[in-house]
Design a protein around this ligand. Structure first.
Ligand SMILES: [Zn+2]
Length: 304
């Protein structure tokens, strides 16, 4: 059991790694509220281009509509963009942060978490904003919030599977019609997968001890019971009721989560366990070769 129970559980890693389903299942615990990729709320508040999981815009969503007025949202969006990006990491690690902007950033995050707690009535927030280039420092930045006990779950999925998902289905933003797929999507995905996961792995040395757990998506869908037992031991929460619901093939409510996979619009989801993720056949030999050339070392490091 951890010394201090978590107040914030953060799913780190790269997109397309299964955080929507993991977050939904953990959010079924009576003390945990899953908010999805909450760091995008300020940006989506002003652009309206990707709705809440309930289908409504954030201005109309019954969970999020009272959060902030738009000028404040814009300020918080800019603070998050500046302070969480990869290039800010050296200052974050050196402790030489701009005092005024930094304290305003923390205040935005404090109020955001407070809002989610008050609105949900649950004390523990699960944030799956993960660790793309633009959010590389978020897992460390949140550690600076006073009163927060932040526990990091690093969710890793095979880089080949992630690349295939992105290349064959398109990006989440493109799937929702707010962007087109960028050029060079395969290469971008491979580099994104390497950098996001490598950054999290490197940053673990800067976390307090006992605050990091790495799990593989494939292990989660292959053996959800033992994987959730590890999460239970890590966080100190009794997940047996949730595990029983998985065993009885129950559906889980998704709720008002921010951004993430299109799966969120289904309202409820069931964990489909499988002994092996389907054989990867849809990537060209060239993309596979490129993946192994650039990311093979990290793929092996995670045991694939
Ligand atoms: Zn909603």
């Amino acid at each position: 059991m951890p010394l201090k129970p978590p107040t914030l559980i953060y799913i780190a890693g790269y997109g397309r790694s299964g955080s929507t389903i993991l977050g939904t299942i953990l959010g079924a615990h009576p003390q945990i509220h899953n908010v999805g990729e909450i760091r995008h709320i300020f940006e989506l508040w002003s652009t309206h281009d990707r709705p809440c999981a309930c289908g409504a815009s954030y201005h109309d969503c019954p969970f999020w509509r009272d959060l902030v007025n738009s000028p404040e949202a814009e300020k918080c969006r800019l603070f998050a963009r500046n302070m969480e990006r990869f290039l800010y990491l050296p200052r974050l690690l050196a402790g030489s942060r701009d005092t005024v902007e930094w304290s305003q950033y923390l205040e935005c995050q404090r109020r955001l978490l407070l809002y989610a707690r008050e609105r949900s009535g649950k004390p523990v927030i699960l944030d799956s904003s993960k660790s793309a280039w633009s959010a590389a420092g978020r897992l460390l930045a949140l550690q600076q919030l006073p009163q927060e006990e932040v526990y990091i779950i690093h969710l890793v999925r095979s880089g080949l599977a992630v690349t295939e998902s992105q290349v064959t289905k398109g990006t989440n933003r493109a799937l929702e019609g707010s962007n087109k797929n960028p050029r060079g999507l395969a290469l971008r995905t491979i580099v994104g997968w390497i950098t996001a996961n490598a950054i999290v792995t490197i940053l673990t040395r800067y976390l307090p001890s006992g605050r990091y757990l790495r799990i593989r998506y494939e292990d989660f869908i292959d053996e959800p019971q033992s994987t959730l037992s590890k999460v239970a031991a890590f966080t100190g929460f009794d997940l047996v009721p949730v595990q029983q619901r998985i065993a009885s093939q129950d559906h889980f409510e998704i709720g008002h989560i921010v951004a993430g996979n299109r799966l969120r619009f289904q309202q409820r989801v069931q964990l489909r366990t499988s002994s092996v993720e389907k054989q990867r056949t849809q990537l060209t030999g060239r993309v596979r070769a490129l993946f192994w050339l650039l990311g093979g070392w990290l793929q092996h490091y995670y045991g694939y």
